[in-house]
Design a protein around this ligand. Structure first.
Ligand SMILES: O=C(O)CCC(=O)C(=O)O
Ligand SMILES: [Fe+2]
Length: 286
């Protein structure tokens, strides 16, 4: 059996968003960073009410249903063994066309919530790590990625990780050149029954593919058995970060929970200076 690297986690509890915590997360030394009440309840409520009626199903998902406002690069990925056999070569073109449709999606945020909460999130990070450039991922004119999708995940997601150097290796996406990857979620929902997220102390490495469920983007449970975990129950207005190279799972809402589990979400990848030709850059995409 393949060998898993020794744990680097110093703790399993979430820490608040400081420079040290952010860098520990990026480099795998801590599992969770959580800034409680990043949004005031009235802001979350206004955004929730604005986005819920606009939600539509993912264009492609090989697992429990997920729906959204915006674009997920994941919708254009090879998710299952079958998908890998059926790449058409026009995935990137279709992806960037879809991004154009949602280019103005955040324009009304300031009016709805009193401030552009998504810009506030990226500004907060940029201030913590001045040694990095920070911005939405781009491959040049007409090829700017989309960041800040709003997702509804009521039915949970299987054990999986989000690791662009593997997930995006099917084409020449710039994302496959990152060296570290985080997920950030700004939870807008008051849902409290079910819907917790668990991060496992197992990062993607080639041997993890032995545990891949061929029918979905998920991995079998044996991969994470007996490994340390860090679990959180998202609270309305909380801004939570985890290292998305780590395996993670979202549990479904329980029967009787009648609010939707909604979050505004992005990945954050570190592009090294060998790729940027200048400062390392934190790139955002959903
Ligand atoms: O909704 C969540 O808590 C996490 C969803 C997820 O898999 C991700 O953001 O990568
Ligand atoms: Fe994920």
């Amino acid at each position: 059996m393949a060998i898993i690297a020794e744990s680097q986690w110093k703790r399993t509890e979430p820490t608040s968003l400081t420079r040290e915590a952010f860098l520990d997360l990026l480099f795998g030394r801590t599992p969770l960073v959580r800034e409680e009440q990043f949004l005031k309840p009235a802001q979350s409520e206004a955004l929730y009410n604005h986005f819920v009626p606009l939600i539509s199903p993912y264009l492609h998902v090989t697992g429990p249903p997920v729906s959204k406002v915006g674009v997920a690069q994941f919708e254009f990925q090879a998710q299952s063994a079958e998908d890998f056999k059926n790449r058409t070569g026009d995935e990137k073109q279709r992806y960037f066309q879809e991004c154009e449709k949602y280019r103005t999606m955040h324009d009304g945020l300031a009016e709805i919530a009193g401030e552009d909460v998504w810009a506030k999130m990226s500004r907060t990070i940029a201030e913590l790590v001045p040694e990095y450039d920070v911005g939405v991922a781009s491959e040049g004119p007409g090829k700017t990625y989309f960041s800040g999708i709003v997702r509804k995940i009521n039915s949970g997601v299987p054990i999986h990780c989000d690791w662009a150097p593997y997930d995006c290796a099917t084409e020449d996406w710039i994302l496959s050149k990152i060296t570290h990857q985080l997920a950030v979620n700004l939870y807008l929902s008051p849902a409290t029954r079910g819907g917790s997220t668990t991060v496992f102390d197992v990062q993607w490495w080639p041997g993890a593919l032995e545990y891949r469920d061929p029918d979905t983007y998920g991995y079998f449970e044996a991969l994470v058995k007996n490994r340390a975990t860090a679990t959180f129950q998202p609270g309305m207005g909380d801004l939570c970060f985890f290292n998305s190279r780590n395996m993670h799972i979202v549990r479904p809402l329980e029967p009787g929970e009648d609010t939707q589990r909604i979050a505004m979400s992005s990945f954050i990848g570190l592009l090294p200076s060998e790729v940027t030709g200048g400062k390392p850059k934190l790139i955002f995409w959903s």
